[in-house]
Design a protein around this ligand. Sequence first.
Ligand SMILES: [Zn+2]
Length: 119
Amino acid sequence: MARSQEIQGRITAFARQLGEELGEVDDSDALSWLDAIETQAVEIGDAVHAELVKQQSISRPVADESVCPECGQLSRYRGQRSRELIGRRGPLTISEPEYYCPACRRAFFPADPLDRRGA
Ligand SMILES: [Zn+2]
């Protein structure tokens, strides 16, 4: 993925600000100064990753209805629910739409309609 210059500029500014706030890296328990700063950078990168996924899941468009996987009846959107899962880089919290089927009297969470693994 090509990273736009604007995003790169914001990453540079964010990293500079973080560096100033974090101050001198404590490398007393690390293999080297580079090892210590990389450990810190990976932790921050993972936290940014988790927050970006969470925010993007909140802002995804939601359909008013979805087909019940049990009986095939159209079911109404009931709201968003948070779900904890393990992503590529560790724990994530995403927001996903919940639907309620009156025939089955149960809530369900449809599979991601954009998931292309089965196609
Ligand atoms: Zn149903």
